[in-house]
Design a protein around this ligand. Structure first.
Ligand SMILES: Cc1cc2nc3c(=O)[nH]c(=O)nc-3n(C[C@H](O)[C@H](O)[C@H](O)COP(=O)(O)OP(=O)(O)OC[C@H]3O[C@@H](n4cnc5c(N)ncnc54)[C@H](O)[C@@H]3O)c2cc1C
Length: 382
């Protein structure tokens, strides 16, 4: 399989990385310290088309295929040092915009999709509940038909973009007996609906510029037109959105790993200890070689999985393998970068301590590494 980039893909990667470096990096440290979401930069990303990368142009998107979407996100990760912003973009795009684009009615798309792609509207994926993280389909949230729509109740947690969101992609049980197989429905819920509120906000270890909170849906009435797909089709929609997220979100990590590798090589060529540059100490050089090997293996996995996304009926196993490998690779690579920088790596003024904090979330969100292993095992018939 040949994954050499076309001239269009190279131009796309260059323009996104250039934009990210020049527009998104001022103030990253203080933003991170204050946990401040950069709304102005979010809108700039929308203007560039990053918030609607795979969506067709007729709905306000950039019309890219999945592989080109990953190439753009890789360039974003490489150029933008604010991984919290990148994470908010990916959560919005992959877990919210993609389901509306792929499954929303024409009426729903006409109402919301263009504004979601421009960034005028911010979306949150509301699936996880306090007691159902790795087992999301045991959810307590429910929706009951009423007056041509649905009355929904439930409390979701760890909702990325929750505090700033205008709309939520909300999953609820509409038929508990059917459960996963036809009992879950996906709704697009407008922030202005009565009973929709932000609950507890969380302070996080990393990705601090990406706000996260609990969301309370207390007797919220949602019109039937806001069902995404069909009633009972929510499990498939969620599963598909996680396939997109597991493949395309980690494309951002490729860019981060590339950036960390370049920083480590640069530092190892300059920093001297014991009469020579530290890169001449084999322990340091080997650690950096491992960073390179992980990056190359990760890139192949992402490109291969992205190449299948949207073409093969199910890419569940590819998505799980990719998410598992690349997120673990990101954590190890960030730690290796920190070790290469020695004590300086521990200090805030270098980006690497933040990279370590930001990386840790990746082995948890979109399903933990344990869960990805479970998915792979189940595809193997275990
Ligand atoms: C930064 C961040 C952003 C997030 N954003 C969102 C969001 O936007 N929307 C949303 O809905 N959710 C979001 N989440 C929630 C995320 O999807 C869950 O945290 C994750 O699925 C794990 O669930 P849990 O936290 O309840 O852990 P648990 O499920 O309680 O897991 C605890 C531990 O047990 C292990 N474990 C659990 N079940 C099994 C099993 N069957 N086999 C083996 N090991 C198991 C886990 O791997 C883990 O080590 C986010 C989480 C984080 C950290």
């Amino acid at each position: 399989m040949d994954f050499s980039l076309s001239s269009e893909q190279k131009a796309l990667a260059d323009s996104v990385a250039r934009f990210a470096r020049s527009e998104l990096n001022h103030d990253v440290q203080s933003r991170d310290r204050d946990g401040r979401f950069p709304h102005d930069l979010w809108l700039k990303c929308g203007e560039l088309g990053l918030l609607g990368l795979p969506v067709d142009a007729s709905h306000g998107g950039s019309g890219l295929d999945a592989l080109s979407t990953c190439i753009a996100l890789e360039a974003l990760g490489r150029g933008c040092r604010d991984s919290g912003l990148n994470f908010s973009i990916c959560a919005h795009l992959l877990a919210c915009v993609v389901p509306v684009w792929k499954h929303g009615s024409e009426q729903l798309k006409a109402k919301y999709l263009r504004q979601l792609c421009s960034g005028k509207l911010i979306a949150v994926n509301a699936m996880t509940e306090a007691h159902t993280g790795s087992d999301p389909f045991s959810m307590l949230s429910r929706a009951v038909p009423e007056n041509g729509g649905f009355r929904i109740n439930g409390t979701k947690t760890f909702s990325t973009n929750g505090p700033i969101a205008d709309v939520a992609v909300f999953y609820a049980m509409t038929d508990r007996d059917k459960g996963y197989h036809g009992g879950v429905t996906s709704f697009l819920v407008d922030r202005h609906e009565h009973g929709f509120a932000c609950g507890q906000k969380f302070a996080k270890m990393g990705l601090r510029t990406s706000p996260i909170c609990e969301l309370v849906f207390d007797d919220v009435w949602v019109p039937a037109a806001n069902v995404i797909g069909h009633v009972g089709g929510g499990a498939g929609i969620f599963t598909e959105s996680m396939e997109w997220e597991r493949i395309c979100l980690v494309a951002c990590h490729l860019g981060v790993m590339q950036r960390l590798l370049e920083a480590a090589v640069g530092y190892a060529r300059e920093r001297r200890q014991g009469g020579q540059i530290i890169g001449k100490h084999q322990a340091v050089a080997n650690r950096i070689a491992n960073m390179k090997v992980r990056l190359e293996a990760s890139r192949l996995l992402v490109y291969q999985a992205a190449n299948k996304l949207g073409k093969k009926r199910s890419v569940g196993m590819d998505a799980a393998i990719t998410k598992l490998f690349v997120s673990e690779a990101l954590v190890e690579t960030a730690q290796d970068a920190l070790r290469t920088f020695g004590g300086y790596g521990f200090m805030e003024e270098y980006d690497v301590e933040r990279a370590v904090r930001d990386a840790m979330g990746s082995v948890l969100y979109s399903g933990t590494s344990d869960l990805q292993r479970n998915i792979v095992a189940s595809w193997l018939g275990l």
